[in-house]
Design a protein around this ligand. Sequence first.
Ligand code: SF4
Length: 558
Amino acid sequence: MGNSFDFSLERLAGAGVPVPQVRPAPQPHPGREERASDGGPYKGQTDGTDLKVGHYRDEEGLAGLKPGTYRGENPEGGLRAGAAEEPKSTDLSGLKVNRSVCATSPGPSGLRVNRSVCATTFYLETFGCQMNDHDSEKVAGVLLARGYRRVESPDTAAVILYNTCSIREKAAQKIFSRLGEYRFTKKEGQVIGVLGCLAQQEGEKIFARAPWVSLVCGSASYRKLPELIAQLEAGNTRITGLDTDTDETFEMEMTRRDNPWRAYLTIIEGCDKACSYCVVPFTRGPERSRASASVLEEVRQLADLGYTEVQLLGQTVNSYADPSARRMRFSELLVAVGEVPGIRRVRFMTSHPRDFGKDIVEAIEAVPAICDHVHLPVQSGSTAVLRAMARTYTREEYLEKIAMLRGAKRRISITTDLIVGFPGETERDFAETLSLMDVVQYDGAFSFKYSPRPNTPSLEMEDAIPEEEKSRRLGILQARQRDIQIERNARLVGEVFEVLAEGESRRENQWMGHTSCNRVLNFTSPGKELLGHYVQVRVTSAGPNSLVGEAICGKEIE
Ligand code: SF4
């Protein structure tokens, strides 16, 4: 495993200023797609209330900030996008930014601008998984460090970036259709960049398909982003960052975090597995882990800034291999993160079954801060299909891991990913997936139809399953999972959970948050200013995708 890359703000900006972490004002993601990873049972779904995930009230979020912390840019209360005259101010990075260049001249960036856009503005839209979400936070950090300001509409942005996903064909089509809109609407001076998995997968072909795109950069090359952006600013229009041959991770001392209480931390990038349907090893490159000391230092900084929940990310997060002399195992890192003062919740996503050992269960048992939820993708319940998928475990081996989790001293909720219609999947194979679901009793599942992707071995496989049949199987599987969830959630009525209040309803006294087991719990409380606080809530009713309850003391407990 390689070394981490020193991506300090000093290097980025050439300034010897102290490097702040940006703690943002809470805000929704206007214009962002509802994505598969958002649509699962525990993210954003509600049962008949008008609560919305991410519907934060600005004032409450700010009230939670410690004096002297940085707020991040505020699209509502801050500078208006496209304003003709804006004051000189100190940017969030602490760098002086000349706002008066907007709409009048080439900015310090050198970008020529149209009167309706501001030379130092960027728009960044993210598709796909949480890894992409977090990559975007770091990309935003790079741009903020260069004096850019984020705007919420591409219409007024000088730099428009799409951080893309190519895991399924539909996702890729959506991005091309978004790019296609610029054939007629791209304004003079605007530059458009494609980042992430689709960029890596399609490479320079994107220029041929959408000649108005100037930057194509895969995630393994993000460490070069400052140079690439400098080239954009110099007026170059065909810039690529497509290397995957790297042992470096994309670390940013300045990360523009989008959630005021929960911070994502990528601890391992890329993937060394070779699942036959998956583009990730191709688009994100080989596995490379961050040094444990660097991870822990960042967690301590986050705790100092008031974050209470951290989520450790990696395509195969539990394959973490500390490149430093400490050689910390993933389970040891989990424990160390969970013991950082101020951190109340540690989540991790996504675990590969092959590398999931008893030591991880023991870590969860030992450290209360480690959440009682494990996402353990199985993909299929048939050993024959698992073999064709090159998942490196059998049905029986997977079930052994489940038995380990179910036997834990603490109740651990288990969620998974499932694919139906993999080439050659017989009716019997599919029945085995359904029977596995019956055995495991997942608390939630993300389920998908198999989607053939370029640069994957399964593309060449025979016995493709017709689309209608895939849809039929998916419908059956989702109905089965819904029934399981209804039953499992109903059993929780009467129990008390600690909930991190993350959203509030327009209706008075109604709040939304997640339990440690990652269920959405909508609750009533006469308490005020609950956002960002942990509340004890008794469950009063349950639906397939979320719980309903009431705070037992009416006030936050913290
Ligand atoms: S473990 Fe398999 S599915 Fe997951 S990222 Fe790696 S290759 Fe893709």
